[in-house]
Design a protein around this ligand. Sequence first.
Ligand SMILES: [Zn+2]
Length: 141
Amino acid sequence: MKQKIILAAVVLVVVGLFVTGVLNWEKTTAWARRLFYQGRSTVSRATDFSTPQLGDVDAARVCRDNLRRIESAKRKVAENKSMAVGRLTWDEIRGEFPGGKIPTCPSGGSYSIGNLGTMPTCTVSSGRTGRPEDDHVLINY
Ligand SMILES: [Zn+2]
């Protein structure tokens, strides 16, 4: 019973605020609508399987190319060392890149060299969407 009275009082106060013009109906609904759309776009961004942004796709393409070059350098150095298993260091493969510069991820991810027989990886990994176009993953070499 007490709760009903409190609820009625709250409703009365809110209605009173609108009637007296303290709260503006237009502004309040605009605010509610904005809150709703913000919430919805956050949800849809997390579950977005639609087209990734072009910048992301380009960056992912460059990144996958970098991973391919790293894998290529690993294989070459491993062959020269007659290594079939184990792990090379960045310094061991550095000489395979122009100017000794290991390529870097355009999206700021960092690379893990991976064991021989394992592809190098980027920390950006699956990108922002569920689609493969923006993945920073080297699947086949
Ligand atoms: Zn990357």
